[in-house]
Design a binder for this molecule. Structure first.
Ligand code: ANZ
Length: 864
């Protein structure tokens, strides 16, 4: 076959790579390592999205180039396969979610192989494989025993009609996605991870990583460090409120300077002092208000655009600096989860407070004067910027920053306040009421059984026991971890994937798995329906019915690739040391906070307990840009503007698709899909083919071992090697492709080319278009993969021009051009000019009166 037939070439080479395991990575520690990581996909039912091969092609190019450059490259892939869609599918079909998940994984694998990616398929990980989630559970136990996991009542979306908890994405405009039934907030016992204990390090260590600035900023904002003060207001003396809470009301403020401007206070509807502060005549109204607030999400409550609501408690507080008596309100724009759940309201200098004060006719007292020239109208809005203090007794005239310090110091001296730091970051809600997730390796036992077990298993237990009170039996239950040797705790088979109807996951229906006699020493279990086995260490227990969120498995998968079959550890410490963390991580910017923050948190815990030798997981991060539809809109099924990689592979081949994805624009840019563009890169590949392969199917006769390359071609080859090498390193794939396009045009024009030059060009193109180059490589008589030939090196000396173009001017007019060796003398240039066919007629028979030579550029002749 003489033509470029990708439909034959691509499957042919894919088969060879598969059979020979060409991309297997050995742990050859004698070589320098390079670990390049993709964000592993969720194997959805709809197959690969065009955004996947964009990032994956980029990392594949890096992989192939680095391997040719002599590095030991690790480029693995796996499956982030727990999650809601598979569970919903199971509810619909009654089939186990694993069945559908495995079918989707097979489809994804086929698609990735059809793109020719150089993955080491022996290192696949699958988060739903018990051999994998054994270690997810193991990490959870490490968190648990360090007191970093606890249980708490937290609100979830509850649909009374469906009798189930819904995930955020299943609630649309306050209704269930399925059936459009009303939903409400309901408190459920949940597992929570203490990520806030790492807030300071998660913030500070961003300085150590090479990440896009925008992503660092997003993590900083998410962690949200605020410096301020805690201030204690006493309650109005002589009132029942003061009697019941002599410790007063503590607030967090970032603006202690504005204390003299506090005209009322607000506590969150969930604040523990609500009952104590509500006077009898306000009770009914407060109860109604609390109910209303409970139905709203935090986002709704703090939305600046939403109307403020609130209710007076009937009680007053005393301002510690001036003794002013100010009313205490209950309002949902104050959240219980932040600071102390109570604020001092300063309507003159905080817009939320200003809106509230306007609505409820509360006083507005300015305490910060704007700088000269800045107009402030407190009738129209608050003034939040800096200025100097007024109406603030001895602090008048101070700049805001000074007043913050001095007022905090004064409060501290009176034991009424102290400087504090607060974080927006909340502890991580780590449980889902779902079947298709990792089971928690936890059982609930009585206090007595816990204490008995604690005597022998103290090292497995947290400093403080994790407990809760069962709402039906009123019994206190204690969280006892499974011993490590009992892992993994696998998901039981169940008949019905519908939720239990009580708010618990479908696991609550798996009675024999759930209600057990539990051997507290070994972790063995027998159904509670059977007689209790003999022995003191058997306790009556109930398993945890929550499962872990999908984020869990993706928090540490990059470590498992190093040693995916290890049964005794996450990975062998020697391999953790050699491979370390990824040198490059490529994935979407949509993961800027959750995944990338959760993984950093787990990694730091693993670092603290000596499992990993580095403090940060992802030293260098890069986000590929979103590919928009042809219409410039985001691709989505509903818009009908998606592109299926399979279709392009069929019409133009995988190499064209890869090249096209990289040629669309800078990797990080958002760019629209353009069907004409694919034709362009496809023609480029056809041209490469035709330049190297003759019509008869042999090598183009102009290419031979002893052909002499022109100086120009040699120079261009070395320029192309330098450009492609540097551009791959800098992830500038589009300009690397342009350079190769320029080279192929020059090759087309050249009358002859050496095999060595053509071979080097094929090597440069190989990371981008691996199938076609594999075929060309073998037709040139090479054996073994292109990647095993050392990457071409450029010779800096060859980059320098050996000849220069010199313009010949006669009496001020351009009369010709000549190519001269660099450094030619005036006499040599003049001699050549006299011979030049264009200039000669203007010089013949004339006397040269004057010669002005600008070296390397112009020869100016004045003739008479
Ligand atoms: C008085 C004040 C005066 C405030 C002023 C601001 C401006 P950041 O920067 O986000 O940390 N606040 C404190 N706890 C809150 C809660 N649980 N729910 C809602 N708002 C809360 O914001 C801290 C400021 O947000 C605090 O400073 C408090 O209002 C409010 F001119 O106190 B400030």
């Amino acid at each position: 076959c003489t033509d470029y037939d990708f439909s034959q070439i691509e499957p042919h080479w894919q088969k060879i790579w598969d059979e020979n395991k060409t991309f297997r990575t050995t742990n050859d520690t004698s070589k320098p390592k390079f670990y390049v990581l993709d964000m592993f996909p969720y194997p959805s039912g709809s197959g690969l999205h065009i955004g996947h091969p964009e990032g994956y092609t980029a990392t594949d190019i890096i992989t192939r180039a680095k391997r040719a450059q002599g590095q030991n490259v690790l480029h693995p892939i796996g499956w982030d396969a727990f999650g809601l869609p598979a569970e919903q599918h199971a509810v619909k079909t009654g089939a186990h979610p694993a069945t559908n998940t495995q079918a989707n994984i097979a489809a994804f694998r086929r698609q990735l192989k059809a793109l020719g990616f150089a993955y080491d398929w022996d290192r696949q990980v699958d988060t739903t494989d018990p051999k994998y989630y054994k270690w997810t559970q193991w990490i959870f136990l490490q968190l648990f025993k360090r007191g970093l996991a606890y249980v708490d009542e937290r609100p979830v979306w509850w649909c009374p009609e469906l009798r189930t908890v819904l995930a955020n994405e299943e609630v649309i405009d306050g209704k269930s996605e399925v059936g459009q039934f009303p939903v409400e907030r309901r408190n459920l016992r949940q597992w929570v991870l203490r990520i806030t204990a790492y807030a300071e390090r998660l913030l500070a260590d961003l300085a150590q990583v090479d990440w896009p600035d925008s992503t660092k900023r997003m993590q900083e904002a998410w962690i949200g460090r605020s410096e301020g003060a805690e201030i204690v207001f006493s309650l109005e003396p002589g009132t029942p409120a003061a009697a019941s809470s002599p410790e007063g009301l503590k607030v967090f403020t970032t603006r202690p300077d504005t204390l003299y401007g506090a005209t009322y206070m607000v506590i969150a509807p969930e604040h523990p002092l609500v009952d104590a502060l509500t006077t009898p005549e306000n009770r009914d109204a407060v109860a109604a208000y609390r109910k209303q607030a409970a139905a709203k999400s935090d986002l709704d409550r703090t939305d600046l655009a939403k109307d403020k609501s609130g209710i007076f408690s009937g009680s007053h507080a005393i301002n510690p600096v001036n003794g002013a008596r100010i009313p205490i309100w209950i309002a949902d724009y104050v959240l219980m989860g932040y600071g102390t759940g109570a604020i001092m309201a300063v309507p003159a200098h905080d817009q939320r407070d200003w809106e509230f004060a306007k609505k409820f006719s509360l006083p507005i007292i300015p305490v910060v004067q704007s700088p000269a020239g800045v107009e402030v109208d407190l009738e129209k809005a608050s003034f939040e910027a800096d200025g100097t203090m007024v109406n603030s007794a001895e602090f008048d005239g101070l700049p805001v920053e000074d007043a913050k310090k001095k007022i905090t110091a004064k409060l501290a001296a009176q034991n009424r306040g102290k400087p504090t730091v607060n974080y927006k970051l909340r502890d991580w809600l780590f449980s889902r009421q779902r079947y298709w997730g990792e089971p928690f390796p936890i059982v609930w036992v009585s206090e007595a059984d816990y204490k008995k077990a604690a005597a022998t298993r103290a090292a497995d237990l947290p400093p403080q026991p994790v407990t809760y009170t069962d709402s039906e039996t009123k019994q206190a239950l204690y969280a006892l971890p499974l011993p490590e040797r009992a892992l993994p705790l696998t998901l039981p088979e169940i008949q019905n994937y519908l939720p239990s109807g009580t708010g618990e996951s479908p696991l609550a229906n798996a009675t024999d798995w759930l209600e057990i006699w539990f051997n507290t020493a070994t972790g063995e279990a027998v159904p509670a329906a059977q007689p209790k086995p003999a022995g003191d260490e058997w306790a009556r227990a109930r398993r945890e019915t929550n499962t872990m969120p999908q984020w869990a498995g993706s928090c540490w998968y990059y470590l498992r690739y190093l040693d995916p079959q290890n049964e005794n550890a996450i990975a062998d410490p020697a391999l953790l040391k050699y491979w370390g963390v990824p040198d490059l991580y490529v994935g979407g910017a949509e993961h800027a906070v959750l995944h990338l923050l959760y993984a950093r948190f787990w990694h730091k815990v693993l670092f603290d307990i000596g499992v990993v030798p580095q403090n940060e997981p992802f030293t260098k991060l890069f986000h590929q840009g979103i590919i928009l539809g042809e219409d410039g809109e985001k691709m989505s099924k509903s818009r009908g503007n998606t592109v299926n990689p399979d279709d392009i592979i069929k019409t133009h081949g995988a190499d064209s698709l890869r090249l096209y994805l990289m040629f669309l624009g800078p990797l990080e840019a958002m760019k629209p899909w353009n069907p004409q563009g694919i034709e362009g890169v496809h023609r480029f590949l056809q041209k490469v083919w035709r330049e190297i392969i003759s019509r008869e199917g042999g090598i183009n006769p102009k290419i031979s071992d002893d052909a002499k390359d022109s100086d120009e071609l040699v120079k261009l080859l070395h320029e192309t090697i330098k450009k492609v090498t540097d551009d791959i390193e800098g992830l500038r794939f589009n300009t690397a492709i342009s350079a190769m396009m320029i080279f192929i045009n020059a090759l087309q024009k050249a009358p002859a080319a050496s095999t060595a030059t053509v071979r080097a060009f094929i090597q440069l193109l190989a990371p981008f278009a691996p199938h076609m180059t594999a075929e060309l490589w073998s037709r040139l008589g090479e054996t073994g993969p292109v990647l095993d030939a050392p990457w071409p090196k450029y010779d800096p000396a060859k980059l320098v021009a050996t000849e220069q173009k010199i313009v010949i001017q006669v009496n001020g007019k351009k009369r010709g051009e000549i190519m001269m060796p660099v450094g030619a003398t005036q006499d040599t240039v003049l001699a050549a000019a006299r011979e030049n066919p264009d200039a000669q007629p203007h010089l013949a028979g004339k006397e040269i009166k004057k010669v002005i030579y600008v070296p390397g550029r112009i020869l100016n002749l004045v003739v008479g």
